[in-house]
Ligand binder design. Structure first.
Ligand code: G
Ligand code: G
Ligand code: MN
Ligand code: NA
Length: 253
């Protein structure tokens, strides 16, 4: 596959970039965190979204080097924002396979130390599929990270099949409700009932609730009424390159 060769070169040549999408608190509309989302600045095809290359990367065994690059880059960016007086928490997506790497906690903690970034300024987003592939192993890895202060969120919650019983013992701080669950909530009472129940359950377990892919003010208002803690989505901002995010933040406050 030509693309695999291209991806190897992209890793060597630093062709990936991170965009950042804010999440805001529904209590005071302040930014709580920004999610790092990778793009590929392809030399001839332009800026490619992750859907066009992550599956190939995963199949060709190149996800580990990308995960390491994203972690390092996002941590350095957060450290640089902090030095500039903007202590923003950065959230990094960790692929299912990367989560099961033995050395993930050591690598993350070493990168934090090297950048002199407090662990609380890093959040890891783990999909529920990743967790359910090997729950005991996931809990073991995540516990090591969370005990050092790294925040952990379950991503795309509601899109897969997380065992509710297992949620009790997961070392996490937040649940991100998948867009598929909330997007039609204003028209479908059943969707709203599920979102409402998930929110209450998460709160009872001590997790905060983040709704993702929120595109309208009406949906944001309904989520607020249900007790959802944070929202992320186009109604707030699309993912932005670092400099654009800084401009956006200055306007937002
Ligand atoms: O940015 P966009 O909405 O197009 O992202 C599409 C998908 O790619 C999402 O599911 C997102 O979680 C995933 N993704 C984006 N950046 C990363 C990354 O750095 N690592 C991993 N593993 N997944 C990512
Ligand atoms: O799976 P994950 O949550 O990591 O991926 C987030 C993806 O959702 C990114 O590809 C991002 O670009 C996309 N996204 C972010 N906000 C919105 C939104 O309001 N609507 C839609 N449709 N997609 C969004
Ligand atoms: Mn995510
Ligand atoms: Na998600």
């Amino acid at each position: 596959l030509a693309m695999v060769t291209d991806l190897r070169r992209a890793l060597d040549n630093d062709e990936f970039v991170l965009h950042y999408q804010p999440k805001v608190s529904l209590r005071d509309m302040q930014v709580t965190s920004v999610e790092a989302l990778v793009r590929w600045q392809h030399p001839s095809r332009g800026l490619l979204p992750p859907g066009e290359f992550l599956p190939v990367l995963e199949r060709s065994g190149l996800m580990q080097p990308l995960t390491r690059w994203v972690l390092r880059q996002a941590i350095q960016q957060a450290a640089s924002w902090r030095r500039a007086g903007m202590p923003l928490q950065v959230a990094v997506n960790i692929s299912p396979r990367s989560l099961l790497q033995d050395d993930l906690p050591a690598r993350v903690l070493a990168a934090l130390l090297a950048a002199e970034l407090p662990a609380s300024l890093l959040q890891l987003e783990i999909t529920e599929t990743a967790v359910m592939t090997n729950p005991e192993r996931a809990a073991f890895v995540l516990t090591q990270l969370q005990s050092r202060g790294v925040e952990v969120a379950i991503d795309d919650f509601g899109a897969g099949y997380t065992s509710l019983a297992f949620l009790r013992i997961l070392p996490i701080t937040a649940l991100k409700i998948d867009r598929s669950l909330i997007k039609d909530m204003l028209d479908h009472d059943a969707d709203e009932a599920v979102t409402s129940a998930v929110t209450d359950l998460a709160h009872r377990l001590g997790f905060s609730v983040i709704a993702e892919g929120v595109e309208s003010q009406a949906l944001l208002d309904r989520l607020a009424a249900l007790g959802c803690d944070q929202v992320q989505g186009y109604v707030i901002s699309a993912p932005l390159p670092p400099a654009a995010l800084e401009g956006w933040l200055a306007d937002w406050q």
